[in-house]
Design a protein. Structure first.
Length: 561
């Protein structure tokens, strides 16, 4: 009885804390959307004024339409390319696949605001690659700004999200069906089209919906590649509302956020259903047959490697390479020899400006220390739901999924309101704790799933043996479960470091004097055109993130399974 009481109290406390952390900002967004002014304005009245404004605003419908087209375009590019990449790296004997596999995930772990800036300095009108093309053709044969460029580069940089799920599904396919197709004379891509991809259909649908979700919450790429051409999506529409009206338009921002929530929340739960039903497509039997890779001849090797190399060039080399070069030069443009303008002054400026220097320190603290604290919080949530078959056990799943339906920009904005709305929390607003809380909620679904997967690998017999020996539920978790999954917790910590390093939108509204972080500083500097310092900050962001990625790989974290 004492054990059951202990477990009930623990689970109830965790669920209550989780509900408060997740539902408070969402509830405040909904409440604010039905007010005629900011919630702290005593003259604000309850009504439909905010929704009336946005639903009669042509700019809202334009932003909504552009967002839908952007999402469809991203799926149309990312899903076929991601499925093809997964097939080549998991089902064939493609040369260099062990090197290509981690490289394929790089765009997923880089900040979108950094990638967008990278495309600007490499493929923009005065970009390094564009200037080279101009010398050859006499003009720049492309324009990266506008909806077309946004769809193209959004799709290319979202390929890893498809690859991640498609490759995991393809590794579970027995090779006998592919071999049978090959013996009948089917070519490589016929096998992929008629055998491999149909068997991974749930994973591809899941990845498609994930990309729709990511497109709807995308902010960095639309801000950099869309804004110069007047292309506005829903997230940048929210960001621009105050600037357009000249006054804080909290109620309008909240109304658009509610619309986004209504659009994206169903997608999250459809994903959950698909994931639960995916076992119907598993073809690995109890015999554990050894997978035989499809042999690519010399011609197909060259074609496949050329295709993968082209994608890596566009999705990785151009944006990162452009930033690396731009960060170390003082001048850039037509007729300028960059080798004559190599400098470290861009980085020295970061140390001179206090806010920029603080952003580097705060980013590292938030990622390393904050990531560890977040993993501790996720562990408590995962333990609360571990082997729980109670009536309310699914409440944890629903609460964990809810923040996934909100863009980081909206989560940061909602917590900004929470810290203003709740007097006891107001002292936390100008501290890194406010950012840590918001970042923890943003990474909740990802971190929770990683730890939950590790908990499921612990044999129930071990826990039962501890309880038989007289251990309480808490003692069983501390002495048996947590020590067993410690390597998984370390892996989760390294992955949260990366997630926190790449996050930029969440801190846009929470950032204050003293709590500057790298990604949000880049967003705030975009409008000012401080290209030299943005390049230096972007370079450091890449170094930090890739450093975390290498650390995760060295610790044995398998992010592609």
């Amino acid at each position: 009885m004492a054990r059951a009481t202990e477990a009930i109290i623990f689970r109830g406390t965790v669920v209550a804390a989780l509900a408060a952390a997740v539902l408070a900002p969402v509830g405040l967004i909904i409440y604010q959307s039905f007010l005629s002014g900011p919630f702290f304005d005593p003259t604000a009245t309850v009504g439909w004024d905010a929704f009336g404004f946005i639903f009669t605003d042509p700019d809202f419908y334009s932003a909504f339409g552009v967002t839908v087209i952007f999402a469809i375009g991203v799926v149309a590019i990312a899903v076929p390319l991601g499925a093809a990449l997964a097939f080549l790296l998991t089902r064939t004997d493609l040369i260099g696949r062990k090197i290509l596999e981690p490289l394929a995930l790089v765009p997923m772990f880089l900040s979108a605001i950094v990638l967008g800036f990278g495309y600007t300095v490499s493929l923009g009108p005065s970009g390094l690659v564009s200037l080279g093309a101009e010398r050859i053709f006499g003009f720049v044969p492309w324009n990266i700004y506008g909806l077309g460029g946004l769809i193209l580069f959004g799709g290319l940089t979202h390929v890893p999200h498809v690859y991640l799920y498609a490759s995991a599904a393809m590794r579970n396919i027995a090779s006998d069906m592919e071999e049978a197709a090959r013996t009948t004379g089917a070519g490589i891509w016929q096998v992929a089209w008629h055998v491999t991809w149909p068997l991974t259909f749930p994973a591809l649908i899941f990845a498609s919906m994930l990309n729709v979700l990511l497109a709807f919450e995308s902010f960095g790429l639309p801000l950099i590649l869309g804004d110069p051409a007047g292309t506005v999506v829903l997230t940048t529409y929210i960001y621009k509302l105050t600037a357009l009206l000249g006054v804080p338009s909290y109620q309008l921002m909240a109304a658009v956020a509610v619309v986004l929530l209504a659009l994206t929340f169903p997608l999250v739960f459809i994903q959950r259903r698909l994931l639960a039903q995916s076992r119907r497509y598993v073809t690995v039997g109890g015999k554990g047959a050894r997978a035989t890779r499809i042999h690519l001849g010399p011609t197909m090797q060259c074609v496949a490697l050329a295709g993968v190399a082209l994608w890596l060039l566009l999705a990785v080399v151009f944006p990162i390479g452009g930033i690396v070069v731009r960060a170390f030069v003082s001048a850039w443009g037509r007729g300028i020899n960059i080798f004559e303008h190599l400098t470290l002054d861009n980085f020295r400026q970061l140390l001179i400006v206090p806010a920029l220097a603080r952003s580097l320190t705060n980013t590292v603290i938030l990622a390393v220390v904050g990531g560890a604290i977040a993993v501790g919080a996720y562990l408590l949530v995962a333990l609360a739901g571990h082997r729980w078959r109670g009536r309310f056990s699914s409440a944890i799943d629903y609460l964990v999924l809810l923040p996934k339906a909100l863009p980081g920009l909206v989560v940061g904005l909602s917590f900004f309101w929470v810290f203003l709305f709740v007097p006891a929390l107001q002292p936390l607003r100008p501290t890194l704790i406010s950012l840590l809380i918001a970042y923890t909620i943003v990474g909740l679904s990802y971190g929770f799933r990683m730890i939950q997967a590790n908990l499921l690998q612990v044999s129930p017999d071990l826990e039962e043996a501890a309880r038989t020996a007289g251990a309480t539920t808490g003692q069983t978790w501390r002495s048996v479960v947590v020590p067993i999954i410690r390597p998984g917790l370390i892996g989760a910590w390294t992955m949260m470091i990366i997630v926190f390093l790449r996050e930029y939108a969440t801190g846009v509204y929470l950032m204050t004097n003293g709590t500057e972080v790298l990604g949000s500083m880049i967003v705030s500097m975009i409008a000012g055109g401080s290209v030299d310092m943005i390049a230096a900050l972007s370079f450091i962001s890449i170094v930090f993130t890739l450093g975390g990625f290498v650390l995760a790989l060295r610790l044995g974290v398998r992010v592609n399974e």
